[in-house]
Design a protein around this ligand. Structure first.
Ligand code: ZN
Length: 378
């Protein structure tokens, strides 16, 4: 289940006027509606046109398409306002610049064969190194800063033929160079929510406790085969109800600092429509690139869990959620059914079913290393 709702259909506030303005800037909302100027401060209503525009935006960006502005959608709207050339880009350790302009720069570098890792819109050290390399190649001072001269050089040299995707290739090769076993691998288990944030809930079940229990069951299995499981948050029973759980960005930083080999984030979905049900797995990806190992793990988790349970198959999907995007290693987010669906809630209340989910995920992790399959990007 997603985070706190900031704005949704029916709301009226100054912030809605700002959102309308951003959507109009992106061409998703017309500036006028008949002779009425929609983006003026008078238009501070989150109406159906805004709802549709938000959904279109979410779909474009690989976010949950629900028309609700939560922290994730708000962040994406904020990042989308930047066009390459709007500001000078450089690496700021600790506070990297994030935005569509950075992603555009990364894509151009990447298409010319300068490897900046993922084209994720985050100006990190790899982007800086690729930019310096590009500058050296075109005879500019290699200062790692994308200003006017570098922009001109980028525009001049923009190649129409798009080369390989160094990131996808490198990720696959890295997996193939691992010893073919999960033993010794650092696996970060990330049970979602926690503390005052219970996630999805019913009268007697809550997402945070259930995913905590599933994480425990996976942890035991991983220890038994010699892997090193780590958790992003303390167990639910030691979290005080007042505690603020870590953000998805914090969870990703934890996995990066731990130099994890792989991340499994555990959630249970919720929806206002009780008919929604099923098991889905998400990995990092956009229309242009994807984590090939993340996708493979997502497929393995889906296959292994559905073999052991009777959840509806809601398949695997690429997403750009913070946890998937900011982790520097393959990561999946597992949505183990819908707590708001009576049949799924009944399954999840059964410790035997939770054990099957855990067994399925642990088995998928074993297969990821023991049976890495053919490199998809070659
Ligand atoms: Zn959740």
């Amino acid at each position: 289940m997603q985070g706190t709702v900031l704005m949704r259909l029916g709301d009226r506030s100054f912030a809605v006027a700002e959102i309308r303005h951003r959507l109009a800037h992106l061409g998703l909302l017309s500036r006028t509606n008949g002779d009425h100027d929609c983006v003026r401060a008078a238009c501070d209503v989150f109406d159906e046109t805004v709802d549709h525009a938000i959904r279109a935006f979410q779909q474009q960006r690989g976010l949950r398409t629900d028309g609700v502005v939560d922290a994730e959608t708000f962040r994406a709207l904020d990042e989308a306002k930047w066009r390459l050339g709007d500001r000078v880009l450089s690496y700021v350790p600790g506070h990297p610049l994030v935005g569509d302009d950075v992603a555009a720069l990364q894509r151009r570098l990447c298409d010319m064969g300068f490897d900046c890792g993922r084209c994720d819109g985050i100006f990190g050290p790899l982007t800086e190194a690729a930019l310096r390399e590009f500058q050296r190649n075109v005879g500019l001072p290699a200062d790692g800063t994308c200003g006017a001269d570098t922009l001109r050089a980028l525009q001049r040299l923009r190649r129409t033929v798009v080369g390989g995707r160094p990131y996808e290739l490198r990720e696959t090769l890295r997996l193939r160079h691992h010893p073919p076993t999960v033993a010794g691998k650092c696996v970060v288990l990330d049970p979602g929510h926690g503390g005052r944030d219970t996630g999805a809930r019913t009268a007697d079940l809550c997402e945070a406790s259930l995913v905590d229990d599933i994480a425990n069951r996976i942890e035991g299995r991983l220890l038994a085969v010699g892997a090193q499981p780590f958790r992003t948050r303390a167990a639910q029973h030691v979290l005080h109800p007042e505690d603020v759980p870590p953000s998805d960005g914090d969870r990703a930083s934890f996995a990066n600092a731990a130099e994890a080999d792989v991340v499994v984030s555990l959630h249970i979905d919720g929806h206002h429509d009780p008919a929604c049900n099923g098991f889905a797995v998400y990995y990092y990806g956009t229309a242009r690139e994807r984590s090939v190992v993340g996708e493979r793990l997502a497929e393995l988790v889906r296959a292994e869990v559905l073999e052991r349970t009777d959840f509806l198959d809601c398949r695997t999907h690429p997403k750009t959620w913070e946890l998937l995007r900011r982790t520097r290693m393959p990561a999946v987010r597992v949505e183990c059914g819908y707590l708001t669906n009576p049949a799924d809630a009944e399954r999840l209340a059964d410790p035997g079913v939770r054990d099957h989910i855990a067994e399925g995920i642990a088995s998928a992790l074993r297969r990821l290393y023991e049976d890495p399959g053919e490199p998809a990007a070659l």
